[in-house]
Ligand binder design. Structure first.
Ligand SMILES: [Zn+2]
Length: 389
């Protein structure tokens, strides 16, 4: 089956990258006023016969749609062109969008700089636009905003994008596509990412996910604590939701709130009985890091700051270390029916800070310890009593 996909996707890849070759032009000719790349990057589902009367093109689009449905690649792609795109009528009526192609401004992803939707001034400089293009910029921005759930951030590169962007070569093209599909199908890390994306309910951008993977072994030097993060990221902990699938007499509801399903995202983050705990944890972290940060799932689960927050490496390490203790405390009270106490989190943190200090002392780098942890030590020294909740 993978070979069948790869053989057919080779034609899709050529149709996207070389729409001006003779056979692509002949096929594209049947799609009146609509470009083949636009059809290849549209959100599913759509009916190919609505746009073409050519049975060959219709069949290729049908196979491409089947592939995308199988691999859950239904979303609109940022590789979509602006001109002759049925979803963007302005691009069909205004010839300027065709002229923009020669400057390199041809598809939606070209409007992003450093993975963020760019300002008009930055695009103007990069692509030599004129002031009169401002209205077109707003048209494009509105269009992309309506298609992308991650706007203004660039969505992560999907398997679909990788296939479309795969360089066309005279030999080995099908093998390259075959390996790409096989890798995506068998990659357990991608499956875990998919699960978290579904649980969180929004796209995890590549940068955040890469940091999350690094944090499995990069949050602390204590092996047992690293193991906690490994088990969290790989959803290894037994929640009541998981147990209820194994034992029919186990209910899947959360012991704390007694209402929602106790799956892993609920146990660590979304349970309403954890709201106060997370709010206080973030308030404390914001105090010693001196950063206005709001509770976010990326930090609560993966120990990385939310997208757009820039920290020094030392501060990132502090953030991850502190975040890991939040999850450890939840695990220590996994079966408790009571809300968690922030005072316990502070005690854990201070205890491990002492151990961290011993580690730096033994390595002869106590200066480095103080350089990293000074703001936290100063904060805790000023604290006269532990919070009551
Ligand atoms: Zn709950």
């Amino acid at each position: 089956m993978v070979y069948y996909w790869a053989a057919n996707l080779q034609k899709v890849n050529c149709g996207y990258n070389f729409p001006l070759t003779d056979w692509c032009k002949a096929e594209a000719y049947s799609c009146t006023s609509i470009s083949l790349p636009a059809l290849l990057t549209m959100k599913l589902p759509f009916s190919p016969v609505q746009y073409t009367s050519n049975p060959v093109v219709s069949s290729t689009l049908k196979i491409w749609s089947q592939f995308r449905q199988t691999y859950k690649l239904k979303d609109f792609s940022m590789l979509s062109p602006l001109s002759n795109n049925p979803l963007f009528p302005a691009g069909q009526m205004d010839h300027t969008y065709v002229q923009w192609q020669s400057t390199g401004l041809a598809k939606c992803s070209d409007f992003y700089i450093d993975n963020i939707f760019s300002s008009f001034n930055d695009l103007r400089q990069k692509f030599q636009l004129t002031q009169s293009d401002l209205f077109r910029y707003f048209q494009v921005r509105h269009f992309i905003q309506s298609q992308s759930s991650t706007f203004p951030n660039l969505p992560p590169t999907s398997l679909m994008d990788k296939i479309l962007q795969n360089p066309v070569t005279p030999q080995g093209q099908i093998s390259a596509l075959y390996n790409m599909i096989l890798l995506a199908r068998n990659n357990p890390i991608e499956k875990i990412k998919e699960k978290w994306t579904k649980d969180i309910g929004s796209v995890i951008i590549d940068e955040i996910w890469d940091d999350a993977l690094k944090r499995v072994n990069g949050s602390t030097s204590f092996t047992r604590l690293s193991l906690i993060q490994f088990k969290v990221l790989h959803c290894i902990y037994y929640t009541k939701s998981k147990l209820s699938k194994i034992y029919s007499n186990v209910e899947d509801s959360c012991d704390r709130c007694k209402s929602d399903k106790a799956d892993i995202i609920h146990m660590f983050w979304s349970c309403q009985k954890l709201n106060n705990y997370w709010a206080l944890v973030f308030k404390l972290k914001a105090s010693f890091i001196v950063l206005n940060t709001t509770p976010c799932v990326e930090n609560a689960i993966f120990g990385v700051p939310e997208h757009g927050i820039h920290l020094t490496n030392n501060m990132k390490n502090v953030f991850a270390f502190a975040s890991l203790f939040s999850r450890r405390r939840i695990l220590l009270e996994w079966k408790s029916k009571n809300p968690l106490k922030i005072s316990m989190w502070i005690c854990d943190f201070i205890l491990f800070l002492k151990l961290e200090k011993i580690k730096y002392l033994k390595k002869g780098s106590i200066q480095k310890f103080y350089k990293i942890w000074k703001p936290m030590i100063a904060y805790f020294e000023k604290m006269k009593t532990l919070p009551s909740n």
